[in-house]
Design a protein around this ligand. Structure first.
Ligand code: 13P
Ligand code: SF4
Length: 319
């Protein structure tokens, strides 16, 4: 505990000395989320992380999350220094959508508007017309569908199928998935609901259709936290990374949160309900990168420039 206090103090001091701000995702360690808030940074979903990093005047952004979040920050603010506690923190969606294969797929379907999820590499975003996050993907695809556009969607097949179903858009889906959300199970969720008939079910749309179908609210991490606060229920079953429970419990004290069931048992399944890459962010490596300036996120400027168009479209649409 003493070591923790000392590390936090060191991080606070280094953030000031470096003119740096901490931008964290809800799935990272609770200490990092708290520090981000206390020190004037932010803890939020992917859309707000991007916007906050772009708009904040600090010279250095420290992104506690996964690689694509650091890359998006760099793409939006090439003049800033972007650091990450661990540059190997990736995402199964990003890994499952290599840029060359994706480009070939796009080349086969030149008639389609290319919409990619934020959880992709800079090179994949550079090939896209639009980038979206889970909080706004549905609205953007609806907008494109209303304009008569046919869509090529990548990489998350569950989020793609959910948006397809909601909008009726013509969507060709890349078959990627999130290794955390893919583990949530519909049958087990149904049984858990029967045990807690009063509970409302909050689901992230990277989950399989059988889970999404049982949701009271489907949304991004921020949208799910808002639902936990605003819905007049006291018990919630939550189908997303369990890192989110820290914020839910703080934002809605007195309410009761239950993790949705996964295929494995969480004691034996490393990725069940908690992202192994988000877990690579800790107080220790955060303090180290702030001290040394190591782990800078770099994006090829030409690729970054091209990728920025797809991200800016989303941010303009959201504004
Ligand atoms: P959001 O926070 O944008 O909902 O994204 C979830 C996610 O997959 C981050 O890894
Ligand atoms: Fe990727 Fe899933 Fe981890 Fe989010 S939780 S970073 S989507 S693997």
């Amino acid at each position: 505990a003493a070591e923790k206090v000392e590390l936090k103090e060191r991080i606070r001091r280094l953030l000031k000395e470096r003119d740096a701000v901490l931008v964290a995702h809800y799935y990272v360690d609770a200490d990092l989320q708290d520090l981000a808030e206390e020190t004037g940074g932010c803890v939020s979903d992917s859309l707000e992380m991007a916007r906050f990093g772009r708009d904040h005047p600090a010279k250095t952004l420290v992104v506690a999350g996964v690689r694509f979040m650091g890359e998006s920050a760099k793409i939006l603010s090439p003049e800033k220094t972007i650091l990450m506690p661990d540059l190997d923190a990736t995402c199964s969606l990003d890994l499952g959508c290599p840029a060359d294969e994706f480009a070939a797929f796009c080349d086969q379907h030149p008639d389609r508007t290319v919409v990619v999820y934020a959880n992709t590499s800079a090179a994949v975003k550079a090939r896209a017309d639009w980038m979206v996050t889970s909080s706004i993907g549905l609205d953007i695809v609806k907008h494109l569908h209303d304009q008569g556009k046919k869509i090529l969607w990548a990489p998350d097949r569950h989020l793609g199928a959910y948006i397809q179903k909601q909008t009726g858009a013509d969507m060709l889906l890349w078959q990627g998935s999130c290794l955390v959300h893919d583990e949530f199970k519909g049958v087990e969720l149904d049984l858990l609901k029967a045990e807690h008939p009063e509970a409302k079910v909050l689901v992230h749309p990277e989950s399989p259709a059988a889970v999404v179908a049982q949701a009271d609210v489907v949304g991004s991490t921020t949208q799910l936290i808002n639902a936990a606060v605003n819905l007049p229920a006291t018990t919630f079953i939550v189908a997303t990374d369990n890192g989110i429970l820290h914020k839910m419990r703080m934002a809605a004290p007195g309410k009761h949160f239950i993790e949705a069931p996964t295929a494995g048992n969480s004691a034996t399944c490393k990725s069940c309900a908690h992202c192994p890459w988000m877990a690579m962010n800790g107080l220790k490596n955060l303090a180290e990168v702030l001290e040394s300036g190591a782990n800078e996120v770099l994006v090829d400027p030409a690729i970054g420039h091209q990728a920025k168009r797809a991200i800016d479209r989303m941010l303009d649409f959201a504004a």
